[in-house]
Design a protein around this ligand. Structure first.
Ligand SMILES: [Zn+2]
Length: 269
């Protein structure tokens, strides 16, 4: 035990050096250190923890056949997560619609690696909904977003197997270790494992965690840097590296609240 603990500490120390090299990649890398405890989690058993309240509300009378009731809720958490994939991607088709009224139209693509059980169109719909949300970046009145299926684009969200994430991010010198997301240039590379299982650091539904990924990375693409916790009990800024810890803030996925107030914090270098 002692030996393994020492090994982990040494290993994390080594990674910290890597992170310092490329911080904006830091997001991607923001996770490695904090998620060193993730490896045990990716079992399907991690998913039930997302919905203990739902099951506990009916806990007084366990159903006679628990298997059928388990399968629907487990659907999103139990798709196969292949260790790696072909490295080829399917691009979501787009109808050209723009969300937001801002004059700066940011064109983006959504691509999903072949061989994984996530449809490009479904992922695009989810990402588009995050960007269109009233609590999202369009609320700044400046930016709007257009999903495109071809042609030029400002950024692309790629959902990929852990192995492919490591390869893309690794080519840019980023160590994602099969666990975390990264951004490289215009590519926002989302690890399928995180898309499906979320993060143990984010206490909320998987949809909210996906919203945080989208809002944080798109926030960078439109010029926002990192922000810190503004005070105990306050919502953590979307631009906070929440995976590193919340500093007393409450996990939050959105740049704005429902009343249109920016949920920011002090700038972090
Ligand atoms: Zn970041």
């Amino acid at each position: 035990m002692l030996a393994s603990g020492a090994a982990v500490a040494y290993w994390q120390g080594g990674r910290a050096d890597d992170r310092a090299v490329a911080d904006d990649a830091g997001d991607m890398l923001e996770a490695p250190t904090a998620e060193a405890d993730v490896p045990p989690a990716p079992e399907p058993s991690a998913d039930p923890s997302e919905s203990p309240s739902a099951s506990s509300s009916s806990s007084s009378s366990p159903p006679p056949s628990p298997a059928p009731s388990d399968s629907p809720s487990a659907t999103t958490g139990t798709i196969d997560i292949p260790a790696t994939g072909p490295g080829t991607f399917t691009t979501a088709q787009a109808d050209g619609s723009v969300v937001g009224t801002g004059s700066r139209v940011r064109r983006y693509k959504v691509m999903v690696e072949g061989g994984i059980d996530v449809s490009a169109s479904a992922a695009a719909a989810e990402i588009s909904a995050v960007l269109a949300d009233r609590r999202g970046w369009t609320h700044d009145g400046v930016n709007s977003f257009q999903l495109v299926g071809s042609g030029s684009y400002d950024f692309v969200v790629k959902i990929a197997t852990p192995g492919t994430v490591d390869r893309i991010c690794g080519a840019a010198g980023l160590l994602t270790r099969g666990e975390v997301n990264c951004s490289v240039g215009t590519d926002v590379v989302v690890n399928l494992k995180r898309w499906v299982l979320g993060s143990p650091e984010f206490d909320g539904p998987i949809g909210e965690y996906r919203a945080l990924i989208v809002n944080h990375e798109v926030g960078h693409r439109i010029g926002h840097g990192h922000e810190g916790c503004p005070g105990p009990g306050r919502p953590a800024p979307a631009m906070m590296q929440q995976i590193k810890g919340l500093d007393g803030c409450v996990a939050n996925a959105w740049p704005y609240d429902r009343d249109g107030r920016y949920l920011g914090g002090p700038a972090v270098p």
